[in-house]
Design a protein around this ligand. Structure first.
Ligand SMILES: [Mg+2]
Ligand SMILES: [Zn+2]
Length: 185
């Protein structure tokens, strides 16, 4: 799943752990994945690193706060994968035409390789068209959530989507329930 706008509130660049707001149903959503034996993995673009808005240490602290708040809610993340790059902003090494900034699929490929996931049986949940494209690129299904940018993306921009979602859900919990229902025989 995507982080900002999907798992957490879309608040712009999260340059301090105190700006992180886990969405109300997110811990329940991750708990349901945990209970179903489905890996719960975050894949997030954080170009604020390349742009110099915050450091790698701050990013690590923000993601640690995310893991900790979910843990307090009884929910476990199996992995957090970050693209810190931007193709044209900032300075090397983060100013880079990388293979991991969504819509490119590099984060998904890395997660699958390191965690032993079958992307053809995976679903990417996100709030932007770029999330859906990344899913399509690896043969995964996709769900657009209407949190974060999702409502505007769906209401005003869906005719421009290069890869339509397989499902649209109110939020991450709705997306997770759709995934789990799809597993029933
Ligand atoms: Mg997002
Ligand atoms: Zn990257």
């Amino acid at each position: 799943m995507d982080r900002d706008g999907t798992l957490t509130e879309e608040v712009g660049y999260v340059n301090h752990p105190n700006r992180l707001r886990v969405l109300p149903q997110s811990a329940e959503a991750i708990r349901r994945l945990n209970a179903a034996g489905i890996a719960a993995v975050v894949v997030t673009n954080q170009a604020g690193i390349a742009r110099g808005y915050f450091s790698g240490e701050v990013l690590a602290a923000v993601n640690a706060a995310l893991v900790s708040q979910l843990k307090d809610g009884g929910a476990h993340l199996d992995g957090v994968y970050v693209c810190p790059h931007h193709p044209t902003e900032g300075e090397p090494p983060y100013r880079l035409v990388c293979d991991c900034r969504k819509p490119k699929p590099g984060l998904l490929l890395r997660a699958a390789s390191e965690l032993g996931l079958d992307l053809g049986r995976s679903t990417l949940v996100g709030d932007k068209a770029s999330d859906l494209v990344a899913a399509r690129a690896v043969g995964a299904r996709s769900v657009l959530v209407l949190t974060g940018y999702g409502l505007g993306e769906w209401e005003y921009r869906r005719s421009t989507f290069p890869a339509p979602p397989d499902h649209v859900a109110e939020d991450l919990l709705g997306a997770v329930d759709w995934v789990i229902e799809g597993l029933r025989p």
